[in-house]
Design a protein around this ligand. Sequence first.
Ligand code: F3S
Length: 66
Amino acid sequence: MKVQIDQARCQGHGRCYDLAPEVFGEDEEGYGTVLGDGLVPPDGADDARRAVVNCPERAIDLLEGT
Ligand code: F3S
């Protein structure tokens, strides 16, 4: 499973890196970033899904099966 953030949609709400800090980080302006190449560790899948549904801008794409 992999995640990516659509930077054009992200408004910096910060829920992604609050809910799944093992998957997301923040840049110096508070916008979300993916850590590394966005690959979700096996025990981070639930947190990653939670982040996806809680992003108010729907800016996070989840790529299952990757
Ligand atoms: Fe951006 Fe959504 Fe995270 S707006 S900072 S991707 S919760």
